[in-house]
Design a protein around this ligand. Structure first.
Ligand SMILES: Cc1cc2nc3c(=O)[nH]c(=O)nc-3n(C[C@H](O)[C@H](O)[C@H](O)COP(=O)(O)OP(=O)(O)OC[C@H]3O[C@@H](n4cnc5c(N)ncnc54)[C@H](O)[C@@H]3O)c2cc1C
Length: 412
């Protein structure tokens, strides 16, 4: 490797970002380059989003979900640092955080993941506010008699089982737009096993119904106001489906998906407007098989984890970890090939003339399985390569939702 300073910025301190940082720290030892590793994260603390459904019914678990970043850089290396700030703009050689501060980079790893707007606790960046919101959500569940969950993907199903196990006397209803639970890329067998398990827990399933809105009955008069709430509102309301069906309940929990964090991409200019940097429909960052931006004008920018355009079967913490490791290997190769991206390319540089490196494409780990949590002690799992294998078993991970792995990753 060359004898120079290389600045790598990692944006987002969760599975993808922290794995990348740990791999970069390893890379910085035993090499002649001075590797500056900076993690930029908007939160003051790591929040274990992956376990959010367990923490909703288990206060002891919830207490452990807030982990400090303090032990991440324990090596005392002055070139490794944590910056608590929000990325607001990206340019060709620097990023802007909190609207004003500039950080320069040679290589940039975007690992900003996605936001679950319907799970308010995942929105908070301040620990105190985050804890308060979590408490409010727990309270809303505790006090509701009839709870309707909208969305029967892995998150909705998992949350439904946790609540039904913890509160067997509550009436729990799960509505899903498809005729079968879970996403369509999974086998019917897996869906059927899941449906049977939910029915055994006493959950009422409403399948093939699209829920449109929630109406709150005004306390003073009999008017209904129609609203879809991000924050959980625990009071009598009626949910209306596209078919006209009305379902009365006390709390509606929307688990209808997430949206990637990519607003900051607007400042980066694509080579060709016909090939946007961010997919217009999904909001995901378009990447090539090497996990670099698909626009080859930016070979030094990578996007990993939930934020990139890899298929839905890759939207798992386990995949984010693999992708991050792969990315650092590719960055290592670029550094070894001495591609100094700080050298300004002439304005005429187009994607055709930009430097090309022959990096390894990312491949999913071969035996990747999709695991869907069905409460404390049960999960169903299926290989995404087999449309037929599915089974219900005791939760091998004791339904820790990878909290132990997160602690280890952050040196606790
Ligand atoms: C309820 C639930 C259960 C799940 N269960 C499992 C499971 O059992 N197994 C599994 O493998 N996966 C599971 N997943 C999926 C897994 O949590 C995600 O795939 C994983 O979190 C993706 O990691 P990431 O690092 O890409 O992004 P994220 O975890 O979303 O983290 C992104 C980070 O970037 C930060 N960030 C965002 N924007 C900015 C910005 N502008 N500036 C600075 N920082 C920013 C965020 O604050 C956050 O810390 C589950 C997900 C949910 C919601």
């Amino acid at each position: 490797m060359s004898n120079r300073d290389i600045h790598v910025l990692v944006i987002g301190g969760s599975w993808a970002g922290i794995t990348a940082v740990n791999e970069l720290i390893k890379l910085s030892y035993g090499s002649s380059i001075r590797l500056h590793v900076t993690l930029v994260e908007q939160r003051t603390h790591y929040f274990h989003k992956t376990g959010v459904i367990r923490g909703l019914v288990d206060l002891k678990y919830a207490e452990k979900m807030f982990i400090s970043y303090q032990r991440l850089f324990t090596d005392g290396n002055p070139y490794h640092r944590f910056v608590c700030a929000k990325l607001t703009h990206i340019y060709e050689d620097c990023v802007v955080v909190d609207g004003s501060g500039r950080l320069f980079y040679d290589y940039l790893i975007i690992a900003t993941g996605s936001a679950y707007t319907s799970l308010p606790v995942t929105q908070s960046i301040d620990e105190k506010e985050c804890r308060a919101r979590y408490q409010k959500m727990r309270h809303a569940i505790e006090s509701a008699r009839v709870i309707l969950l909208v969305g029967g993907g892995a998150v909705g199903v998992g949350m439904c089982c946790e609540i039904a196990e913890q509160y067997p006397k509550k009436c729990i209803i799960l509505a899903h737009a498809r005729d079968r639970l879970l996403n369509e890329d999974l086998s019917d067998n897996l869906s059927i096993t899941t449906e049977n398990h939910l029915r055994k827990l006493g959950v009422e399933l409403i399948l093939g119904e699209t829920i449109l809105s929630t109406s709150f009955q005004d306390d003073d008069d009999d008017d209904y106001s129609t609203l879809i709430h991000d924050d959980w509102v625990g009071k009598p309301q009626t949910v209306i489906a596209r078919s006209g069906r009305r379902v009365p309940c006390d709390l509606v929990i929307w688990t209808t998906g997430s949206r990637p964090y990519t607003d900051f991409m607007n400042s980066l200019v694509p080579t060709n407007d016909k090939h946007p940097l961010v997919d217009v429909d999904s909001g995901l960052i378009n990447v090539s098989p090497t996990l670099q931006l698909s626009d080859i004008r930016y070979p030094n920018i990578f996007a990993v984890g939930d934020v990139n355009s890899l298929p839905i079967s890759e939207k798992y913490a386990t995949s984010a970890i693999h992708q991050a490791k792969h990315t650092v290997k590719n960055i290592r190769q670029l550094i070894e090939e001495s591609r100094d991206h700080r050298i300004k390319r002439p304005p005429t540089t187009s994607s055709e003339t930009a430097p090309k490196a022959h990096l390894a494409p990312y491949t999913s780990p071969r035996n990747t399985q999709v695991v869907v949590a069905l409460g404390k002690g049960t999960e169903v799992s299926s290989s995404i390569f087999s449309k037929f294998s599915s089974w219900a078993s005791g939760g091998g991970r004791g339904r820790m939702y990878m909290l132990d792995k997160a602690e280890k990753m952050l040196n606790f």
